[in-house]
Each structure stands twice: as structure tokens, then as C-alpha cells.
Ligand binder design. Structure first.
Ligand code: NAP
Length: 249
């Protein structure tokens, strides 16, 4: 089934659905009965998930306005938008900030969420029961040394998302912010430019959240009765207290 042909089932758009939390969310929302439209730059990976769940895979780079436009033109109807695309690049202190990394983090996390939400908002409202879920992070709530590029972007993404809750008050659309702590995905591998040792060290000595744990939380928020708005959910591994403090055995 293509997004254009989809009429009967509720439609969920998931950005960054080629890996991690996005792919798990696509699978989980399909299990909840949604027709899922998956978007990411690695569309071949989205296609594999789409084939598995009877969804639709389309190329999407949320950092490129033309790509967002082309993607959204293929989605005539949408009930749920999951703004998940994003991530971190580098861990350098502000004094050594890599401006290109900062720009890319802002483009994917902040401008990507803005572009996708702006493009689909009218259709979400017109559905009569729309829902925007934005995956920010505990990095949207806290700061840590070396993390300013990412925490600044996540704080901004969170501010943008929470502003919409007020601006759309009285319209048939809900807004849920998901703030995960440590989740073992490709996140750290991307952050550290493919350095597997550095990436796996992040999760050593504790049991991190899985992408499925976060997908489960998103699915729960989305499947509440439509008069119930889950504003914000913070979820962390039991052994994680904050961005800087964890118990490791
Ligand atoms: P991941 O496994 O690296 O997945 C990131 C996803 O984002 C990929 O599908 C990637 O797809 C997509 N993406 C990145 N830039 C994009 C762009 N410009 N356009 C379209 N898609 C893009 O990491 P993850 O942990 O699942 O991350 C998902 C979200 O959760 C991110 O927003 C991240 O900040 C947030 N988060 C993660 C953690 C954690 O510990 N893992 C904690 C809190 C919050 P392509 O590369 O194929 O485009």
C-alpha cells in the first residue's frame, strides 16, 4: 500500500525510521493498527522495515527543505507525526566547538522538527484527532560538559514543541514530548564518528533502555483516549540518575 492509496487506517509519519527508536516506533505503531510512513536518508533501510509492517518508505532529509516538501506532498492524510530524526555529533567543549557539528545538530533536531511540523500541522488538525510526538531527550532538561551543541539543540527543540501545545490549544491535536535517558541504538556510534569502542563504553556496566522501551512509551501516549494529552514523559534506565550520574557495576 502506498501513502497515496492509504485511506482507511489511521496514518502515522515517523521521521528517522531507518534505525533505533524510529524503526522500533514504526513497528510498534503498525502493531497498534496504524499505516506507517517511514522517512530517513537511508531509505533502503526504511524500505526493509516498511515491507515487514505493510508501511510506506519515502526518502527524507529533514535538514533539506526540498526533501521535506517532496516527502510531505506524498502524505495526503496524517493523524500522528513522530518527530524522531536527529542525534548528537561530537563531545567537544564550547571552547573547541566544531561549528559544522553544531549546524548539523540544529538542522536535524530543531529545524527538522520545525519543517515537518509546519508542513503537516494543517493535515493533523484536519484529521480531527491529530497527535505530534517529539523525541527530545533528558539533554533537553539538563546540560553537561562537552554536550552544549546537543543540549542546546535539544532544549530548542523542546521549546519549539512545547510552544505548539499553547498555540494549538482548542484545536483537535495533541502534543507529547518524550525525553529518554540512555538508549542503546546507533546514537553513540554516530556521535563518535563510527568509533565502536567509544560508543560501547557509554553503555558499559548498566542496562540501558532499548529502542523498543521508548517505542512502547510512544505507543502508550498515542493510544490514550483523545481527550487525554500526555504532555511530557521522562524515561531512563533504573541505573541512570541524570545525564552525568549513573550507577555502573
Ligand atoms: P539512531 O539509531 O542513530 O537513529 C537516528 C535516526 O535519525 C536514524 O534513523 C537517522 O536516519 C535519522 N536521521 C538523522 N539525521 C536525519 C536527517 N537529517 N533526516 C532524516 N533522518 C535523520 O539514534 P536514536 O537513538 O534512535 O535517536 C533517535 C532520536 O532519539 C534522536 O532525536 C535522538 O536525539 C533521540 N535520543 C536518543 C537517545 C539515546 O540515548 N539513544 C536518548 C535521548 C534522545 P538516516 O541516517 O538514515 O537519515
Amino acid at each position: 500500500m502506498s501513502a497515496d492509496q492509504q485511506v482507511s487506517r489511521r496514518v502515522a509519519v515517523v521521521t528517522g525510521a531507518s534505525a533505533g527508536i524510529g524503526a522500533a516506533t514504526a513497528r510498534r505503531l503498525a502493531a497498534e493498527g496504524f499505516h506507517v510512513v517511514l522517512g530517513a536518508r537511508r531509505v533502503d533501510r526504511c524500505r526493509r522495515v516498511a515491507e515487514e509492517i505493510g508501511g510506506t518508505a519515502l526518502p527524507l532529509d529533514v535538514a533539506e527543505p526540498a526533501s521535506v516538501r517532496a516527502f510531505c506532498e506524498r502524505v495526503p492524510e496524517v493523524h500522528v507525526l513522530v518527530n524522531n530524526a536527529g542525534g548528537a555529533l561530537g563531545l567537544e567543549p564550547v571552547a573547541e566547538a566544531d561549528e559544522e557539528n553544531w549546524r548539523r545538530m540544529w538542522e536535524s533536531n530543531v529545524m527538522g522538527t520545525l519543517r515537518m511540523t509546519k508542513a503537516l500541522l494543517d493535515r493533523l488538525v484536519a484529521s480531527g484527532d491529530g497527535h505530534v510526538v517529539t523525541v527530545t531527550s533528558i539533554a533537553a532538561l539538563e546540560v553537561y560538559d562537552g554536550g552544549a551543541g546537543y543540549t542546546a539543540a535539544k532544549h530548542a527543540q523542546s521549546a519549539l514543541h512545547r510552544t505548539l501545545r499553547g498555540e494549538l490549544l482548542g484545536r483537535p491535536v495533541r502534543f507529547t514530548e518524550i525525553c529518554p535517558g540512555m538508549v542503546e541504538t546507533e546514537f553513540s556510534l554516530v556521535r563518535f564518528g563510527g568509533d565502536e569502542d567509544r560508543a560501547s563504553a557509554v553503555y558499559q556496566g548498566l542496562t540501558p533502555l532499548t529502542a523498543e522501551d521508548v517505542a512502547d512509551t510512544i505507543a502508550w501516549a498515542v493510544t490514550r483516549p483523545s481527550h487525554v494529552n500526555i504532555d511530557q514523559i521522562v524515561l531512563k534506565p533504573r541505573d541512570q540518575h541524570s545525564v552525568t550520574r549513573a550507577h555502573r557495576s
